[in-house]
Design a protein. Structure first.
Length: 159
C-alpha cells in the first residue's frame, strides 16, 4: 500500500477527528512504529491525531511521552506488528481496539484499564467495505453497555 491510499483509509476510519482525544480535528498522521525504525504506511500502523510531532497536540504528546504512549498503544518498538497491539480509543472506553490494515477496528477481549476519558457521544466511525454501519452501531452500543454495567460509567459520564 502506498502513502496516499493509507491516508485515505485512515481519514475514513477517524472521520477527520483526532483518534487519541476525539476533541479536535486530525491534522497529522503518526506512525506507531516510527518510519526510521521500519514502520510502514499501513492503516494498522498509522493514527490520525491533532497537532504535530513538535510538542503540539496529541501528536506532540505521543512523541514527548514514549512510555505512556507505549502503554496506550500509540508508540510501538521496532519489529512490533501494529495489528497485534491494541490502542486505547476514547470513543470506546476500556475496550482494547486493534487497528487493522483494511481500515477497520477489531475489538479485543478483556478491558484496558481506563485513564481519564472524555466521552463525546460521537457516533460509531464509519467502516470501509462490506460492514453494515447500523449493525456495527448496535454491536458497539451493546459492548459499551456491557462495559458500563460491569465497570461503571467513565468519569464525567452519566450512567
Amino acid at each position: 500500500m502506498n502513502e496516499s491510499e493509507c491516508r485515505i483509509i485512515v481519514r475514513a476510519r477517524s472521520q477527520g477527528s483526532c483518534e487519541r482525544c476525539d476533541q479536535y480535528r486530525g491534522e497529522s498522521m503518526h506512525h506507531r512504529v516510527k518510519r526510521s525504525h521500519g514502520g510502514e504506511w499501513t492503516p494498522a500502523n498509522i493514527v490520525h491525531v491533532c497537532g504535530t510531532g513538535a510538542g503540539v497536540g496529541c501528536h506532540g504528546w505521543i512523541e514527548d511521552n514514549a512510555i505512556s504512549a507505549g502503554i496506550e498503544g500509540w508508540a510501538l518498538i521496532t519489529g512490533t506488528d501494529p495489528e497485534t497491539v491494541p490502542v486505547r480509543l476514547p470513543i470506546y472506553p476500556g475496550i482494547p481496539c486493534y487497528l487493522l490494515d483494511d481500515g477497520t477496528i477489531r475489538f479485543g477481549e478483556g478491558v484496558m484499564e481506563p485513564r481519564e476519558l472524555v466521552t463525546t457521544g460521537r457516533s460509531v466511525p464509519a467502516r470501509l467495505r462490506d460492514v453494515d454501519p447500523f449493525e456495527m452501531a448496535e454491536d458497539m452500543k451493546r459492548a459499551r453497555q456491557e462495559y458500563i454495567d460491569s465497570h461503571g460509567p467513565a468519569r464525567g459520564e452519566r450512567p
